[in-house]
Design a protein around this ligand. Structure first.
Ligand SMILES: NC(=O)c1ccc[n+]([C@@H]2O[C@H](COP(=O)([O-])OP(=O)(O)OC[C@H]3O[C@@H](n4cnc5c(N)ncnc54)[C@H](OP(=O)(O)O)[C@@H]3O)[C@@H](O)[C@H]2O)c1
Length: 313
C-alpha cells in the first residue's frame, strides 16, 4: 500500500476501522472521513500510533449532511493533490427510525448511498489522475446480504421522502419498514457499483469499481440499531453468536482495496454463496437483480437529482 492515497468513510469502529488500520500499517497515506466524535479521535490516535509513515488524517464528514460532505471534499482536494488511489465507501447505518436528514432524504439512504455518490462524483478527477499516472485507481462500495431482501430498487427511497417511507416497523422477517429502507440502501450500493463498472468500461477507463459484503460481522452496527429501537437485544445476542469477527468481516473490502488481482465488476463476499454469513472472502459476479439497464439508469438519474448535478463519466 506504499505510495497509495486511500480514503475510507466510517472508520471509528467495525470493518472501516480494521480496513483503515490495515492499510495504514501497510504504508498507505490514509484519509479517514468521519463525523466528529470521541470515537473518531480515538481511531485517529490508535491508527497513527501503528502506522510507519504517520500519514494518517481525519477529515470531518457527516454523511447525513450534503453541506458537511461538500466541506470535506474541499479539504480532500487540498490534501491530495497527488490524486486518489482508492475511495472506500464503507460507512453505514441500519434499520433506523423513519426520519429525514436536513436535506430531506431518508437518513439511511443519504448516509449509506447518496453522500457516497456525491463524494465519488466530486473526487472523480483525482481518481482519474491516479488511474492515468499509475494504471489504476478504485472505487469500493460496501453492501450487504440485505440487498436481496428487497425485490427491486424503488425511486421513492432515493427522493426527498425522508420521514414518509413506511414508519418504524422493525420486523426483519415480516418486512418491517426500517428493514425495507435498509435493504433499498444496500441494493443501491450494489447498483451503484454495477452502474460505475458499466460506464467505466464503456469509457475505457482504468478506474475499477468493486463491491463487497461482510456477511454477519460482529461490529457496532447492530448495537446502534438496538439503541434506536430497531432490534431486540436478546434476539440480536442470539443471532450474533453466528457472526464472524469484524476482522474477518473486513476482508471483503480489504480484498477490493488491496489485492492486485481484484477486478472491476467483482462482488467480494464470504463463504460458499452470495448469501453466506461467514467464511473466507472470494469474488462473485454482480447479480441480475440490479445489474440491469432499468435499475442502473434509475439509480444514476435519481442520485444525480439528489445531489443537484450531473455526474458524467
Ligand atoms: N456488521 C454486519 O454484520 C454488516 C452486514 C452487512 C453489511 N454491513 C455494512 O458494513 C459497513 C460497515 O458497518 P460496520 O458493520 O462496520 O458497523 P459500525 O461498526 O457501526 O461502523 C459504521 C461506521 O459508519 C459510521 N457512520 C455512521 N453514520 C455516519 C455518518 N452520518 N457520517 C459518517 N460516518 C457515519 C460510523 O461512525 P460513528 O461512530 O460516527 O457512528 C462507523 O464508523 C456498513 O455499510 C454496513 O451496512 C455490515
Amino acid at each position: 500500500m506504499e505510495n497509495k492515497t486511500i480514503l475510507i468513510t466510517g472508520t471509528t469502529t467495525g470493518t472501516g476501522f480494521v480496513a483503515a488500520q490495515t492499510v495504514a500499517e501497510l504504508g498507505a497515506k490514509l484519509i479517514m472521513l468521519n463525523r466528529p466524535s470521541e470515537r473518531s479521535k480515538t481511531a485517529q490516535s490508535k491508527i497513527i500510533e501503528k502506522s510507519p509513515k504517520k500519514e494518517v488524517y481525519t477529515i470531518d464528514c457527516d454523511l447525513q449532511s450534503f453541506s458537511s460532505v461538500r466541506k470535506a471534499i474541499e479539504k480532500i482536494i487540498e490534501k491530495c493533490p497527488e490524486g486518489i488511489d482508492v475511495i472506500c465507501n464503507n460507512a453505514g447505518v441500519m434499520a433506523l427510525t423513519d426520519i429525514a436528514t436536513e436535506d430531506g432524504f431518508d437518513i439511511q439512504m443519504q448516509t449509506n448511498h447518496l453522500s457516497h455518490f456525491l463524494l465519488v462524483c466530486d473526487l472523480f478527477k483525482l481518481l482519474e489522475k491516479t488511474a492515468e499516472e499509475k494504471g489504476e485507481s478504485r472505487i469500493v462500495n460496501h453492501s450487504s446480504v440485505a440487498r436481496l431482501t428487497v425485490k427491486k430498487l424503488r425511486k421513492e427511497y432515493l427522493e426527498k421522502n425522508g420521514g414518509n417511507l413506511g414508519g418504524n416497523g422493525k420486523s426483519m422477517i415480516f418486512g418491517g419498514a426500517r428493514w425495507k429502507r435498509y435493504g433499498q440502501t444496500k441494493l443501491a450500493n450494489a447498483a451503484f457499483t454495477a452502474a460505475l463498472h458499466e460506464k467505466l468500461m464503456k469509457k475505457g477507463s482504468k478506474i475499477k469499481a468493486l463491491v463487497a459484503h461482510p456477511g454477519l460481522s460482529n461490529t457496532q452496527l447492530q448495537v446502534t440499531t438496538i439503541k434506536d429501537g430497531g432490534m431486540a437485544k436478546k434476539m440480536t445476542r442470539f443471532m450474533m453468536k453466528r457472526s464472524q469477527s469484524e476482522e474477518d468481516g473486513s476482508i471483503g473490502i480489504l480484498s477490493c482495496i488491496c489485492l492486485p488481482e481484484a477486478k472491476s465488476g467483482q462482488f467480494w463476499g464470504p463463504g460458499k454463496g452470495m448469501m453466506a454469513m461467514k467464511g473466507k472472502a472470494k469474488p462473485f459476479k454482480l447479480e441480475n437483480s440490479y445489474n440491469n439497464f432499468k435499475t442502473i439508469t434509475l439509480l444514476w438519474e435519481k442520485s444525480c437529482e439528489a445531489i443537484g448535478k450531473e455526474f458524467i463519466i
